[in-house]
Design a protein. Structure first.
Length: 172
């Protein structure tokens, strides 16, 4: 069966990833930076030089501690990231087959051959495999670049779970 619309180009896929990265990256980064800044603001440091003057030793004063508010912000950032993973799995596995970024560039992920909805199980598998590939540097790089030379413009993680990403200018 022929694809109902063209396979998404690599640049569209990158564009969708960039939009998604901004949507999750900006608030998470702000929470983490604010959390560490607030947390370390509650710590008093005392630094001393050794007799030769070439080594500095810094320790916290007794009673000094990482501020709990900073810890709360960092924990909130972790919760936001977990929520994002759940959102991505449900969004790609659902009827639209797309995250916010994917919708912005008018692409969606569907099953290869049938071109239907993935479902949350296959969507989770796709996300998990892509995440594992990212941790293996060279495999992650090849995975991200694979659509540049593949006939169906699939990544390696798309091939593993039999999915394709389609460009749909009407934004289904």
């Amino acid at each position: 069966m022929a694809a109902p619309s063209p396979y998404a180009t690599w640049i569209r896929r990158v564009g969708g990833s960039l939009v998604d990265g901004l949507v999750i990256g900006v608030p998470t980064t702000v929470l983490i930076i604010a959390g560490f800044a607030w947390g370390f603001a509650g710590m008093d440091w005392v630094c001393t030089n050794n007799s030769a003057g070439n080594t500095t030793n810094c320790v916290t004063t007794p009673g000094s501690h990482f501020n709990a508010g900073g810890g709360v912000l960092i924990a909130l950032a972790v919760i936001v990231l977990i929520g994002w993973v759940v959102y991505v799995v449900i969004a790609i596995g659902g009827p639209r087959g797309a995250t916010i970024g994917m919708r912005a560039v008018k692409v969606r992920c569907v099953t290869d051959g049938q071109f239907g909805q993935l479902g949350n199980g296959k969507s989770f598998g796709r996300y998990a495999i892509a995440t594992v590939f990212r941790f293996i540097s060279i495999v992650g790089l090849i995975d991200r670049l694979f659509p540049l030379w593949d006939d169906k413009r699939q990544t390696l993680h798309d091939k593993v779970v039999s999915t394709v990403v389609l460009y749909e200018p009407d934004g289904r």
